[in-house]
Design a protein around this ligand. Structure first.
Ligand SMILES: [Zn+2]
Length: 268
């Protein structure tokens, strides 16, 4: 199963792919911006990266050891749906990736629908602009709770470690991409949105209008929104105001306010 020495190369490749995606998106955001911005980009990016740093530490200390342990356990004891059937390896991989993506869709719906989860997820949504740095800006508390969901995904689906790691990398790239402020050519947008979430599609989810926010929950494939009838692609980006109605002042989105937000009463 490979110790840490055997893992360094995939880890390095993963980091390079993710950093490369982030850098490419930052470059494209400058060349082909999709929406006009409200806040100073330097201040926002600094704040978002500070939140991302805290979140990364939280995940490193919790999700990583948990995932390592549970994926090993799942293989050894043959726990979870996919470990009870004997699918060819490629099919096992495809089904696991699909199930992980769908259960992430469900988790996203829950973070909006359950009041105490929304108080954490709102930190991600109050950003007054939307770009690749928003993709990394989650409150550490939300990610800590999501570790329990992840544990449930691993145990119920029966996810192998390599597949989990592949899915995490693909999801991170997808999340960076669809939060980015990149204007894709319409022809490319129309093709891509049949399969994966695009920046225009996810921009609608970050609108301050509630019935626009309550759409486009997918994080990878758009099929989940199609199946649930929650896909919207009918709101032009220049008609969208990004954010949450209760948090429109710049004082609301300062770093200290963001850190305290899940512990306050105000929510919608
Ligand atoms: Zn959301």
């Amino acid at each position: 199963m490979g110790g840490t020495a055997g893992n360094w190369l995939p880890m390095a490749v993963k980091s390079l792919v993710v950093l490369g995606t982030f850098a490419l998106l930052l470059w494209l955001e400058r060349r082909r911006p999709l929406r006009r911005t409200v806040e100073s980009s330097v201040r926002r990016t600094g704040r978002n990266l500070a939140m991302a740093g805290l979140a990364a530490v939280a995940l490193r200390l919790t999700e990583q050891p948990m995932a390592q342990k549970l994926t090993t356990l799942v293989e050894r004891r043959r726990w979870g749906l996919l470990r009870t059937v004997n699918l060819p390896k490629w099919m096992d991989t495809v089904v696991a990736l699909l199930m992980l993506d769908y259960t992430l869709y469900l988790w996203h719906v829950l973070t909006h629908g359950v009041p105490w989860l929304w108080r954490m997820h709102v930190v991600h949504h109050v950003d007054l602009d939307l770009d690749a740095s928003t993709a990394l800006r989650f409150h550490a508390a939300e990610l800590l709770v999501s570790v329990l969901w992840r544990a449930g995904q691993i145990l119920c689906i029966g996810v192998r470690h390599r597949i989990l790691s592949l899915w995490q990398t693909l999801t991170l790239m997808s999340v960076l991409f669809h939060h980015s402020n990149v204007r894709l050519p319409m022809a490319l947008e129309r093709v891509l949105v049949r399969f994966i979430v695009t920046p225009r599609m996810h921009g609608i989810h970050h609108s301050i209008v509630e019935n626009e926010t309550n759409s486009n929950w997918s994080s990878g494939l758009t099929i989940w929104d199609r199946l649930h009838g929650t896909l919207r692609h009918d709101v032009p980006q220049n008609a969208i105001t990004i954010g949450v109605p209760a948090y429109r002042a710049t004082a609301d989105v300062r770093l200290c306010s963001l850190l305290m937000m899940p512990f306050e009463a105000r929510s919608k």
